[in-house]
Write a new protein. Sequence first.
Lengths: 183, 350
Amino acid sequence: MKSLTNRSIEVSNKKMTLMERIYLPAVIGGLFITLKHLFMKGATIKYPEQTRPVSNVYRGKHVLKRDDKGAERCTACGLCAVACPAEAITMTSAERQKGEEGLYREEKYATVYEINMLRCIFCGLCESACPKEAIFLTTEILPANFEREDFIYGKDRLVEQIDKRIDVSKRQTMEVVTQKFND
Amino acid sequence: MSTLLIIKIVIILIIFTITLVAAMYSTYMERKVAAGIQDRIGPDRAGPWGIFQPLADGGKMFFKEDFIPGKSEKWLFILAPGLAMFTACMTGAIIPWGGTVTLFGETFNLQIANIDIGILYIMGFVSIGVYGIMIGGWASNNKYSLYGAVRASSQMISYELAMGLAILAIVMSTGSLNLGDIVEAQKGGQWNVFYQPLAFLLFLVCAFAECNRAPFDMAECESELIGGYHTEYSSMKLGFFLFAEYINMFISSAVISVLFFGGYNFPFMHDLGLSANAITFIGVGVFFAKILFFIFFFMWVRWTLPRFRYDQLMQLGWKALIPLAVINLMITGGWLMFKGDLLAMITKMF
């Protein structure tokens, strides 16, 4: 039959040779390929016991840093919330009272500081927006939860514990800091 | 009760247990081999290296809901898995697991029943094995199950022919249908696989088809027929079907070892200067090593080859395997008939 268009292409329907038709050479070849894989090392990382090595600047769960004396660095300026493209950060601020100097570094502080981890895209813009070097992302992986409410992280889970300080020196190198304040 | 009867009962219990445990751990081995071939790790959570995985799977199967579809043929639906399991277990009865043992003043074979029509018995039970699948598929009242069952039965009937013809060549050269005799005839490294390589190949391919294993798993066909004949099954009924498949694989491996790889014979078995009992027990170990290798081979092939299309399967069975088996049979027959004349002719020529 004559084709209606000139676009049809003749399909190659090559007859198989005898060696191809008896399958066995190809079957044996295939068996050796799979046998080779049997002795290869698997790619599996058994996650809870083993973890994949991550970069020093991996963007995981956030932390609100304290200064050397243990006072919270955050001054609730709201720049992180403004910078956040996913609008995951909310906060309310209050003035520091007399006698709270050991708790908060600046005169103003955040009474509530919440990050909705379901909204957060872990871009790290809050980290670079922060003028007080208060918020950082860490290499910690965010755990799964059963309830949506449990993904809203308040200060109880964000502020670093006084006895378990988190080392951010690897992501807050001198180079990073100078560039940040020149911009 | 005579000592022999007690010994036979003990052998029956041991072989039954070994068959079940071997089938159980085949599931574990299958998953490990599959994982290895696909560069994964496989089950490793239940116990060290996951060796309790089959127990966990079995326990899970027991606690699943045992569902019987409303429009199914209830009694046939219940009968089918039992039938599959029954036929799978019965074939183990005539496999010669080892040579003769002398214990408590009695000399006996490590075999449940040494019957003279051993091979016919196996072929018979393998044929009945298709009933489990057919009844299961039909009683489910589900079109996919029925498709699976119809495919399985036509496949088994087709491949049984080639299988029978392949075995016939062995029977002709040995002159016996008795599996014990066939093993004894292969003493001293005279394994049938060296004399009948084509028959071995044909038998192997047919064994894959008879066990409904990939690349011939037409009965299940996960991607086309959901689960084939066991689509509607759940709980331990499904477990029985799957379990029967692994028992069949174990028995097939044993039959292949018996027919073509000398069963419990191993090279130099009489030159080591061991006692008869010691040789027998080493022989049993060697036999199980051979079986293990073939079980591994079954799995190795399963995770290498894709499934045949149904028409390709039929084409291979009827247009390739059966003619080849007939040719092999004719060559064997001709050789047996004119062996003397041919050898005389060759010696005269030189």
